[in-house]
Ligand binder design. Structure first.
Ligand code: ARG
Length: 586
């Protein structure tokens, strides 16, 4: 496993060397290399430098050009405009660097130098409740971030902060005590996710109805909350049954989403109960939190309500109860102290941004977060319906996530069937799931997380445009070419000159490592999605302009097969980092 420096970084380095040789007074100035339409790269750094040195930029640029040693990477450098450098690299250098990437399992993508431990809080549904599109976003974005960070060498600890605590459990548990067989199963192992959720729904509705109509039950339910909080064993055992039943459902949805969720990583709100008292004590003793109207609060200069009065973060309510904030603060202590995190990432709806801003600031004041240990909310926007309003059913109810996924799979299967030539029914079903789930994930990941996006299945499974299906077809088409190649094998031939579309494709593949690094360090999977879409588009252009199996010479055939193969591998790896499958046949 050897990391391969990108051509861009090689060129950047040569220019930086030439700069300091030609203009020693410049120190170590950055040539500011960018990809460019006019040449392969453009360097803009000399303009700012000329200002600083009070020189003529074009003259300085010419001096730098003279100091660039002739070699086999740089084919042409010329001064252009007010003092830019236009740089063209040699075809040979492109093919050689791609060959080095191809020789590596990781396609030459380097491990990050500063690998640490990231704890990522994502895919956090609530016990005894249906999952909805908000949970979809957290799961999809979080899963992609886990894969991307792990690929760069980061140690990643997953935390599914499920909503498994709260007063609603008093009602549910009390109902189960009074109707003891409601959650019994003949065969525990055979309960499907759908069944589990419908059991929970039924129980929830029935207990709610009783709670609202029967004052005595209401009182018994309230007392049950106290039993739960004080750790009464029978109560806890029943609570556990709700959690277990819900997990059957959660896991079935995650499975449908083609996502692996591991039991030890599911540490819900209840997992921090034993820390809440201490968290409050530390905050109060250090003066970070103060009592106000009986509650334990943290105040912020810049958080005020519409009436101009400060809105505090309430760590403990005046009735002694703990809320979301105490749990999140305790989770921070656990993740920093016990899990050794140096970054905490929360994939949570943007509507909770104020909460996290206050929680992070409190943790900073308490010293749990600092310059070495940072926390970020990877905040995501709302999923909208085709009408641009928050996604709801026609009756105005939240859409069940499972229904949505099933519909996506069904639509995708129809697309696959229409295109399928030699696929069996079983294969169509399997590909349909891979395409449908891929479509849903890709639609989410290809827009910046912070933005709202429209959930439009017609668009998502379309073969044209920026969709996963387009990328999956590009991949499958390449596999079919490789199958048809017979004895001809992908093989780089650096001596063969490249056409413009081959160069464009090659230079884009050269940027794969940088793109992964950027997506990882800025927590922006959409940058990787955009990269892959462009890769598929550049491939399409290459393929329409350059015959592969019918190229002029056997060496040319091999070299083009090599470009095809590396494109496919880059697509496959990139899509895998987004959590999307690339079937070999579609
Ligand atoms: N369960 C919450 C919800 O459904 C999300 C939890 C977010 N994570 C956290 N550490 N608070 O909205």
């Amino acid at each position: 496993m050897a990391s391969v420096p990108s051509l861009a970084s090689t060129v950047q380095q040569r220019l930086a060397d030439a700069l300091s040789a030609a203009l020693p007074e410049a120190g170590s100035a950055d040539p500011l290399l960018r990809r460019s339409d006019r040449a392969d790269f453009q360097a803009n750094g000399i303009l700012a430098l000329a200002k600083r040195l009070k020189g003529n930029p074009r003259e300085l640029a010419a001096k730098v050009v003279e100091s660039v040693p002739a070699d086999d990477v740089l084919r042409e450098i010329e001064v252009s405009g007010p003092g830019f450098l236009n740089i063209t690299v040699s075809d040979e250098a492109i093919t050689e660097t791609l060959a080095a990437r191809a020789a590596d399992d990781r396609l030459g993508v380097p491990f990050t130098d500063a690998a640490g431990t990231a704890v990522i809080d994502y895919a956090q549904p609530n016990v005894a409740k249906e999952m909805h599109v908000g949970h979809l976003r957290s799961a999809v974005i979080g899963d992609a971030m886990v894969r991307i960070l792990e690929f760069t060498g980061e140690k990643v600890v997953r935390r599914h902060h499920i909503g498994d605590w709260g007063t609603q459990f008093g009602m549910l548990i009390q109902f189960l005590i009074e109707h003891p067989h409601e959650l019994d199963h003949k065969d525990e192992a055979a309960v499907s996710g759908e069944e589990a959720m419908s059991n929970l729904n039924r129980l929830y509705k029935a207990s709610r109805a009783l709670f609202d109509s029967d004052e005595d039950f209401k009182e018994r339910a309230r007392r049950r909350v106290v039993d739960l909080q004080s750790g009464d064993e029978e109560t806890l055992a029943l609570w556990q049954r709700f959690v277990d039943e819900s997990k059957i459902y959660f896991y079935s949805v995650f499975n449908k989403l083609d996502m692996e969720i591991h039991d030890p990583d599911v540490v819900g709100e209840s997992g921090y109960n034993h820390m809440l008292d201490e968290t409050c004590r530390i905050l109060e003793e250090s003066g970070v939190a103060v009592r106000s109207e009986g509650a334990l609060c943290v105040f912020f200069d810049d958080v005020k309500g519409p009436d101009g009065k400060p809105v505090p973060l309430i760590v403990r309510k005046s009735n002694g109860g703990y809320g979301y904030a105490a749990t999140d603060l305790s989770a921070i202590r656990d993740r920093v102290r016990n899990l050794g995190a140096d970054s905490l990432i929360y994939v949570v709806d943007a509507r909770q941004s104020l909460h996290f801003k206050m929680v992070f600031e409190t943790a900073r004041r308490a010293g749990w977060l600092n310059d070495e240990v940072k926390a970020v909310q990877l905040a995501f926007g709302t999923v909208l319906g085709k009408d641009g309003k928050p996604f709801k059913t026609r009756e105005g109810e939240t859409v069940r996530l499972v229904d949505l996924l099933d519909e996506a799979i069904e639509r995708a299967a129809a697309v696959v069937r229409e295109k399928a030539q030699d696929l069996s029914e079983e294969e169509i079903a399997e590909r349909g799931a891979q395409v449908g789930i891929g479509a849903v994930k890709y639609a989410d990941l290809s827009t910046s997380a912070a933005r709202d996006y429209k959930f439009d299945l017609d668009q998502m499974v379309s073969l044209n445009g920026d969709t996963s299906v387009y990328l999956q077809y590009a991949y499958a088409r390449i596999q079919s070419i490789l199958r048809k190649a017979g004895d001809a094998k992908p093989q780089a031939h650096a001596e063969i000159g490249l056409t413009p579309s081959e160069r464009a494709l090659g230079l884009h593949m050269d940027r794969f490592g940088e793109t992964v690094e950027e997506a990882a360090s800025s927590y922006e999977p959409h940058k990787l999605a955009a990269y892959l879409y462009q890769l598929a588009s550049l491939y399409t252009t290459f393929y329409s302009e350059c015959p592969v199996l019918k190229a002029d010479t056997p060496a040319q055939v091999e070299n083009r097969l090599f470009l095809c193969d590396l494109t496919a591998r880059t697509l496959h790896q990139g899509m895998a980092l987004l959590g999307i499958r690339t079937p070999a046949r579609l």
